[in-house]
Write a protein of this length. Structure first.
Length: 285
């Protein structure tokens, strides 16, 4: 049985020796390994794929922890065939949602998608086409009504718990999450946005960029934090443009980049290739 082990801790001599010793104790054979020490924080990061005779990830973790003897270590072991559960949130734009669903259905994303949530009904047909439950949770400005933001976010928390969700993906979900919900989903929510931020904020960023004659359009996938669009960055990409591109062409190029960047980020997360180190990430290829 293959397991994926991830580890972050303060760097010191002997960490790799300890991990290997623990894996040897359970008859493990390393088939893939990557490691890195962040020079700014002296944080050691490691991702290891190991084959063991047994199929209990807790036994593997216990053996490594006993050898490691590191109280501050963040150690996680899971079976490689485990498929994390992902809740997707979307508003009206469906390009990122459709791309994720296509890759999921074709086995390109090793995840399960138990539910799709939206503050608009527009993407309900897409969810139905893929056989995934769609929950419409509208938001109104009435702070005390049944569709107020606090009530809507309380329902989101319920869905996360009910469906044992491991990750929430904001696939162009055009609502700002409250600080409370950001804290509740800390480290397990990913957002996608155009790379024009913070230079082109607000409505129609591509049109603003067109008016300024930009030469690159792009997208950034990042973890969600209470600081709007400033969470640790996971993946980025750009497409080159020129003066002949219209605003509508910039939108199309930008949306293509958004869907590619988001799908890469979700794929990296699903394979435990992303490790958080303070306000940034270590991403193993």
């Amino acid at each position: 049985m293959q397991h994926i082990l991830t580890l972050t801790c303060d760097d010191r001599p002997g960490i790799v020796h300890a991990v290997c010793g623990g894996l040897l104790d359970v008859g493990g054979n390393i088939v893939e390994n990557a490691q890195f020490t962040d020079p700014d924080t002296n944080t050691f990061c490691m991702r290891t794929v190991v084959e063991t005779p047994g199929d209990d990830p807790d036994a593997v973790a216990a053996a490594v922890a006993a050898r490691l003897d590191e109280a501050t270590a963040a150690l996680h072991v899971r079976r490689a065939d485990h498929r994390p559960r992902v809740l997707i949130m979307v508003s009206k734009f469906d390009h990122c949602l459709v791309d994720l669903l296509y890759r999921w259905r074709n086995g390109m994303l090793p995840i399960d998608i138990p539910v799709i949530v939206s503050n608009h009904p527009d993407c309900g047909e897409v969810a139905e086409r893929y056989g995934i439950p769609f929950v419409h949770l509208p938001v109104t400005k009435d702070p005390t009504g049944p569709t107020s933001k606090p009530e809507q976010e309380a329902r989101i928390k319920q869905l996360v718990a009910e469906h044992a969700v491991d990750l929430v993906v904001l696939a162009r979900y055009m609502q700002i999450l409250s600080d409370d919900l950001c804290a509740h989903l800390s480290g397990r929510a990913i957002n996608i946005h155009h790379s024009f931020l913070p230079g082109f904020k607000g409505a129609k960023p591509y049109h603003q960029a067109h008016e300024r004659g930009v030469k690159l359009v792009g997208a950034t996938a990042h973890f969600v934090t209470a600081d709007l669009d400033e969470g640790p960055i996971i993946e980025q990409d750009v497409a080159r443009v020129n003066h002949a591109h219209t605003a509508e062409q910039l939108v199309a190029l930008g949306q293509d980049t958004e869907r590619l960047v988001l799908s890469r980020a979700v794929g990296l997360w699903a394979e435990d290739r992303i490790l958080l180190v303070g306000d940034k990430t270590v991403v193993f290829p």
